[in-house]
Design a protein around this ligand. Structure first.
Ligand SMILES: Cc1ncc(COP(=O)(O)O)c(C=O)c1O
Length: 362
């Protein structure tokens, strides 16, 4: 029987023979003269390793290390992992693998991460929008009524920029309803801030579920550009036809592997706990300010804050040298600013600026 991935992938993708890079072809021998690399390493100033050879085309060690890390919160038996250049590349790959430009559609639930719509727009795939409800949960009725016409439903949990977790019961309902229709992609970029809510454990039961992860957030490796796609074999078979010949640079793989050791994960967990403590302290301080209308509950490393001031708080904070993220473009988030949680010192400075503004206003 045809898998859902095979059913929805455009014919051009199904016919595609993956690019046969030198590493993919492999071989055995003592002289490697097959990839037009230099045979000896050039060592530039400050360089530690040797980088004259192309990296693995799909670094297995990294994928295995990430799967092992996933097991700490959920059984990830039936799923495969592939490393990509950040979660952003995973989103782009999924749209290009499973949607035919000008024909297929995806669904997004704003306010959410803008890249889902951007990647769809970039190849003329229509993005149907079903806005979140006022409590930032899914509008199930509306989603279900349009599920038949999309190839991918993008969900984000915990969601950016609202910070909340999407109901797992709703996700399961959608996975059941979309079983023969659409892939349900759950972007878990912020999952380390609420690890018990992961849906990775459901992949074995739902081959139409794809989970996206990253080392950019809790692991603190945004500049390394490393993310992961977790899915059933049938999805991976299609995605890896399109993946770049050498998606992961060796220095990236080395840093990522160090982060995924027991010691690295322990360090990340401690950092995450500390950040959550700062976030909760900052939220309680913000709640005492008159200029703050609401601090939304967050399961991430940021807070969405609604102000009740006539002036734009994003611009006010910018004038104090504090750069946050304005949310004016989101109809549901008027007067809202998204503030990333930094060190206690940075949050103290931000608070001080807000208190000054409040004092000036009175
Ligand atoms: C929800 C979400 N997904 C994906 C990304 C991109 O992550 P990466 O740095 O791994 O590309 C971000 C970055 O802000 C994000 O908020």
């Amino acid at each position: 029987m045809k898998s859902l991935a095979e059913k929805i992938a455009p014919d051009a993708i199904k016919k595609l023979i993956p690019y046969q890079s030198a590493r993919r072809i492999g071989g055995e021998g003592h002289l490697w003269l097959n990839a037009n690399e230099l045979e000896a390493s050039c060592v530039y100033e400050g360089q530690q390793g040797a980088y004259h050879r192309y990296p693995d085309f799909l670094p297995d060690k990294l994928a295995s290390a990430y799967l092992e890390y996933c097991q700490t919160h959920a059984p990830a038996m039936g799923c495969k992992a592939v490393a990509v250049r950040g979660a952003d590349e995973a989103i782009d790959l999924l749209v290009r693998t499973f949607c035919q430009p000008g024909v297929d559609k995806v669904m997004v639930c704003p306010p959410t991460y803008a890249m889902y719509e951007f990647c769809a727009d970039s190849i003329a795939v229509e993005a149907l929008k079903v806005p979140l409800l006022s409590d930032f949960q899914l509008d199930m009725e509306e989603i279900i009524s349009q599920l038949d016409v999309v190839n991918i439903l993008f969900l984000c949990s915990p969601n950016n920029p609202t910070g909340n977790i999407i109901s797992q019961t709703d996700i399961i309902t959608l996975l059941d309803l979309a079983k023969d229709k659409a892939l349900v992609v759950v972007d878990e970029a912020y999952i380390e801030f609420a690890p018990q809510t992961t849906v990775v454990g459901l992949i074995e039961q739902y081959p139409n579920l794809v989970v996206i992860r990253t080392l950019s957030k809790a692991f603190g490796l945004a500049s390394v550009r490393c993310g992961f796609l977790l899915a059933d074999d049938s999805v991976m078979d299609m995605v890896t036809r399109l993946i770049a010949p050498y998606p992961i640079a060796d220095p990236t793989a080395e840093i990522a592997l160090a982060a995924l050791t027991e010691k690295g994960i322990c360090q990340m967990n401690t950092q995450t706990d500390d950040l959550i403590t700062i976030r909760e302290w900052f939220a309680s301080e913000l709640n005492q300010l008159e200029i703050v209308e609401q601090v939304f509950t967050s399961s991430t490393n940021f807070l969405l804050v609604k102000f009740n001031t006539p002036i734009c708080m994003y611009r006010y904070l910018c004038s104090k040298g504090i750069v946050t993220r304005n949310q004016v473009h989101e109809p549901a988030l008027s007067n809202c600013v998204r503030i990333t949680i930094g060190s206690q010192e940075s949050m103290r400075e931000t608070l001080l600026a807000l208190k000054q503004m409040e004092a000036e206003r009175i």
